[in-house]
Write a protein that binds this ligand. Sequence first.
Ligand code: HPA
Length: 274
Amino acid sequence: MDYTMEQYRASARAVQERLGGFVPKTAMILGSGLGFLGDEVESAIPIDYQDIPHFKVSTAPGHRGRLVFGHLEGQSVAVMQGRMHHYEGYSYEAVVYALRVLRLLGCDTLIVTNAAGCVRTEWNAGDLMLITDQIKMFSESPLRGENLPEFGVRFPDASHLYTPRLQALARQAAAEQGVSLREGVYFYCYGPQYETPAEIRAVRLLGGDAVGMSTAPEVVAAAHCGMEVLGLTLLSNMAAGILDQPLSEQEVLDAAAAAKGKFSSLVRACLRRL
Ligand code: HPA
C-alpha cells in the first residue's frame, strides 16, 4: 500500500486550510485538452498539485496540474485540471489519490471526462459519448492492497459504476442542448503507446466502443468510496487501424479544441441538472 489514511487526511487538511469554509460537492476530472472548463470556475480558488502534500504532478500533455475550487452553474465544484496516469509511472493508488482526497473534502459526485479513440467504425471522430460501463480487466485495481474501510468495502459491487440516474440526466441535458450523444463502453488500455490495429479488433470483440488510457481507475475508486459518477468521452480520433493514418497526440488535442463549444455546453447543462 502506497498511502495511509493519515496521508489522505493530511492532504485534505492542507487543502481545507486554503478553502476558507468552502465545501466542494462535485469533483470534476478533465481530460486531455478539456481542462478549459476549470478556467471558467467562478470565485475560483486554484491550488497547484505541487503545493499539496503527497500529491503527484501530472506530466501528460494538455494537463495543467492544479485543482480549482469554486462555482460552476450554481454547483460547488472541485475541478482537477490534469490527472495522473499509470503510464506516467504512477501506481494505480497514486492515480486515484487526489480523487480520494476530494471525497474526504465533501465531494459525493464525480464528473469525469476524457479524450478517447473511437472503436465503432460507423461513428465519427469529434462525436461525444456517454460512458455506460467500462472494461478494465487486464490491469491491476486501484483498490489492490490493504483496504481502507473509511473509503469503502473490500469487495465493492461494480454493477453500476456509472450512475444510471446521472446517465439519464446527461441524455436530457444533451437533448436540451441539441448535442448528439453516443453511448457506450469505455475500454481501458494503459498505454502510453496507442493500440495496435489487432488490439483494437480485440477491443471491439470484447465489447469496447471507446478506448483510452485514463478514467477507469478513478471510476473504480470513486464507486468504492460511494460517489455517484457521470462519464463523458470526446471521441478524438478513430482508433488504430480504422483509418490508414498514424495516431498522434496533436490529433487528440486538436479534436478537443474543436469540440470545446459543444463539450462545454453539455457539461454545463449536466451541472445545472444535478
Ligand atoms: N487510444 C488510447 N487512448 C486515446 C486514444 C486512442 O486512440 N485517443 C485519445 N486517447
